[in-house]
Design a protein. Structure first.
Length: 397
């Protein structure tokens, strides 16, 4: 095929304006496409102009540093306790006195004891070191009936042999002693009377054998006396407490132990938001008696009452008392009998302190030194009478 250059040249001259316009349109389209769809060169130019900074991992920020510092302070004093026990067939573990439904399900299944009479080692609970020489507070039900007690310190695989210094079934507390070649970290016990409902608390222990576990919650209620024995008035908390936490500390935001975790209400053998800790003031009093005497001796004057009936305001008004405890029974030959107290009298004061609840009466008498005298004020026939009563040991009255 031959191209006639003369004809092509003539055609170009005749349509030069059209060709010029077409060339300009083509160049403009190319520029537009280059701007909308940049290639590698364009992307590099953009990055060179506005280069992004690389990402960096920031320094850790502890928003809840208060919890962290408390745990670091108290956790070294929390121990894991395991025991070896020998059980007869079908033997049920003994519950703390006064625990009835709905606690039966928990206490019946808290310990997975074999029924064939063989020995078994179980991680039963926790404890807290309260003296650098190796003295440990825990629950009585953790070590009750044990033939061998082993204690593990936080971060230490060594199993130390624990010896029982003393136990108190009434408060479900026990004191153990371990021998080490060094001083141990000890927790500080606080004043549980200062605790308020709504205060933040931490529970530390070994739930289900998981050592050094920390849970947080608040004080849900105080002075719970309807869930335990006569000398158990608990702090209630929603901090998670499970089997294995028993004997471990309940700690306030000052880093002080204000309770010993003791029990839970549950229908599942685990945490359901209701746990109980024995107040530290009760624990301190019991601990001091146990290290001094190996047992707790409580005072008594030989009177009996039922709080719901004995504090009934209608009954009190009929007897002429604004408040107090109505005596239902007086033990013959007891200190109260010798002092002239009778059934129907209303005790209103002990040593000048008003008696408005059963605890007001019982606590002041049981904490009085055996052999000492206390001043009792009471109402009889709408008249106030005072008398001195000698306190005797509870197990002798």
């Amino acid at each position: 095929m031959k191209i006639n250059l003369r004809e092509f040249s003539g055609l170009a001259q005749r349509n030069r304006w059209e060709l010029t316009a077409l060339l300009l349109v083509t160049l403009l389209c190319g520029l537009l496409l280059g701007t909308v769809l940049p290639g590698h060169g364009a992307a590099s130019a953009i990055l060179a102009k506005d280069h992004p900074a690389p990402l960096a991992i920031p320094s850790p920020v502890h928003l809840s540093s208060e919890f962290v510092s408390i745990v670091q302070s108290v956790e070294p004093a929390v121990v894991n306790i395991s025991t070896t026990q020998v059980h007869k067939a079908n033997r049920r573990p003994r519950r703390p006195r006064g625990f009835d439904d709905p606690f039966d399900d928990f206490w019946n299944r808290f310990f997975d004891f074999p029924d064939n009479g063989s020995s078994a080692e179980r991680s039963l609970g926790s404890g807290v070191i309260v003296d650098k020489k190796g003295y440990i507070l825990t629950n009585n039900h953790v070590v009750e009936g044990a033939t061998k007690i082993q204690v593990q310190l936080n971060g230490d695989a060594t199993r130390y042999t624990g010896k029982i210094v003393g136990t108190d079934e009434e408060t479900d507390l026990a004191v153990l002693k371990i021998e080490t070649n060094r001083d141990l970290a000890a927790a500080k016990l606080g004043n549980s009377d200062g605790v308020k409902v709504g205060d933040w608390v931490l529970a530390i222990g070994s739930p289900f054998g998981l050592k050094a576990t920390v849970t947080a919650g608040i004080i849900s209620a105080k002075d719970r006396g309807s869930v335990g024995g006569q000398f158990q008035r608990f702090l209630q908390t929603d901090a998670a407490i499970n089997p294995g936490n028993s004997g471990g500390p309940l700690v306030d935001m000052a880093g002080e132990v204000i309770g010993i975790n003791t029990a839970i209400v549950t229908q599942s053998n685990g945490y359901q938001g209701v746990g109980f800790a024995l107040p530290s003031n009760t624990a301190i009093s019991t601990y001091n008696d146990l290290i001094a005497h190996g047992k707790v001796t409580r005072g008594s004057i030989g009177v009996s009452f039922q709080e719901e009936q004995s504090t009934n305001p209608i009954v009190l008004k009929e007897l002429g008392a604004p408040y107090g405890i109505v005596i239902e029974g007086v033990e013959p030959g007891s200190p109260a009998s010798s002092a002239g107290l009778k059934s129907g009298d209303v005790i209103t004061q002990v040593d000048g302190n008003p008696v408005k609840t059963g605890s007001d009466l019982v606590d002041r008498i049981t904490q009085a030194k055996v052999g000492s005298k206390i001043r009792i004020a009471y109402m009889r026939d709408h008249k106030e009478i005072e008398t001195d009563v000698t306190v005797e040991a509870r197990d002798h009255v």
